[in-house]
Design a protein around this ligand. Structure first.
Ligand SMILES: [Fe+2]
Length: 436
């Protein structure tokens, strides 16, 4: 090989490593920025089994890099604390036994400052690794470093979801951040966009990053359908509540109705009524309900019951993806620091033509689709094969990202998933109906 070609290859490799390291460090900095205002006491609480303490998230994302990159690929790496593997393994059977999830809030140790030292230790080791790894080792490790960055972004959203729940059960109702100047906005008139259906393709394609659950790309048959131009608003959902929606079993799936009765649900999570006035708890404390904001913190059961009451249905994930395919991935994401859905979608670039608003950001949108493997799906080999595939049962797919999702995390093909009774995610819905 000519010397000039070798030099080119070396330059390309150095540039690739620099980019990978910069992405890694940016993800790490963002986690630390999001948690900078939380006290050690805030960071230690687990308010329900689904919630993890903030410091657990910070340590677990670090364990991911330590376990799947440094221990595996760097023979010179020195483990920070051998006991952490048991505490901060989330659900990887192949990575050994682990501390029970509902007991993460019982861990007063390691303290927050020790977790910070753990992060620094792994961060420095990753920088060294990026500089010193051989070409062969780097080639195998690079996809896992990229996965680790996206994994950390997922936990950034969980940090915000979880601290909101932690603060919501404190009678002082602490605010995660000061209220932000908020333009009240109005929800535009609900319009409809028609889609012809037919044989379409969904799923990720190309060489850019995606999670394995977005692949393989495959064909789906769709009947003609319509999709609402914006998510359902709080005001519209209030109509369902005031019409006795939570007291009428005819709108509910059997499991949903059983959950309503068992849990005593009368409104979405974080809604509160006092003297006839509704308020909602947000990451900026309690606020008066804005009827124009997208509805948030409803379970799949509530989303589905609302559609029955409205005489519509939820879109399938394939319908949602086809509709979103031409929509720019832009919106009210975590980077804007509102951390709450907004009612600011009033623009119609095509004059009076209906356009899809808020497909991305604000609220995750429940779909009618169960979370299943796509045809011919194969989980990755090794421990990271446990990342998505083993959860493909008893959960429903959500699309589009929310006000607590990092902007660079989401795509039209991105599949989020939660059990149908989960309400602490920033989840709302958009209506669909059959056409023709
Ligand atoms: Fe994780």
């Amino acid at each position: 090989m000519p010397v000039s070609e070798i030099a080119e290859q070396i330059t390309a490799s150095v540039a690739e490593r620099d980019i990978a390291l910069e992405r890694f460090e940016a993800a790490r900095r963002e986690s630390e920025a999001l948690t900078a205002n939380l006290t050690p006491e805030d960071q230690s609480i687990q308010s329900m089994p689904d919630v993890s303490p903030t410091k657990w998230h910070l340590a677990h994302t670090t364990w991911f890099f330590e376990t799947f990159i440094l221990i595996r690929f760097d023979p010179n790496y020195r483990v920070f604390d051998p006991g952490f593997a048991y505490l901060f393994n989330s659900y990887y059977e192949a990575a050994g036994p682990r501390h029970p999830r509902p007991e993460r809030g019982l861990l007063s140790r390691p303290a927050v400052d020790v977790v910070a030292a753990y992060r620094d230790h792994v961060g420095a080791a990753m920088a060294r690794f990026a500089e010193e790894a051989s070409e062969d080792v780097w080639r195998d490790a690079a996809p896992l470093i990229e996965l680790g960055g996206y994994h950390e972004q997922q936990h950034q959203e969980l940090i915000l979801m979880d601290i909101k729940h932690v603060f919501s059960i404190n009678p002082l109702l602490p605010a995660y951040q000061a209220p932000r100047l908020h333009v009240r906005g109005q929800a535009p008139v609900l319009g409809w966009l028609d889609f012809p259906g037919g044989l379409v393709e969904i799923g990720h394609r190309g060489s850019a990053f995606s999670f394995d659950n977005e692949t393989p790309r495959h064909k789906v048959w769709l009947e003609p359908f319509r999709l609402a131009t914006r998510p359902v608003s709080c005001g519209e959902y209030l109509g369902f509540i005031e019409d006795g929606g939570y007291q009428k079993p005819e709108f509910w799936l059997s499991d949903g109705w059983a959950t309503v009765c068992q849990e005593g649900w009368e409104a979405p999570l974080y809604w509160h009524r006092e003297d006839g006035e509704w308020s909602v708890f947000t990451l900026s404390g309690r606020c008066r309900l804005n009827p124009f904001e997208p509805i948030c913190h409803v379970s799949f059961y509530e989303a589905d019951a609302f559609t029955k009451w409205a005489g519509k249905r939820l879109p399938t994930e394939a319908e949602w993806e086809i509709a979103a395919a031409g929509v720019p991935v832009d919106g009210n994401f975590a980077d804007r620091r509102h951390f709450h859905p907004r009612a600011d979608c009033a623009t119609t670039p095509n004059g009076n033509e209906p356009v899809l608003c808020q497909m991305f950001g604000d609220v995750w949108e429940w779909t009618a689709s169960p979370y299943l493997p796509y045809p011919r799906f194969r989980a990755a080999a090794g421990a990271v094969g446990e990342y998505n595939g083993k959860f493909m049962c008893n959960q429903m797919v959500l699309r589009g990202g929310a006000a607590v999702t990092p902007a660079s995390h989401v795509r039209a093909t991105y599949r989020n998933f939660f059990p149908p009774s989960a309400r602490w995610a920033f989840a709302g819905l958009r209506l669909a109906e059959d056409l023709g």
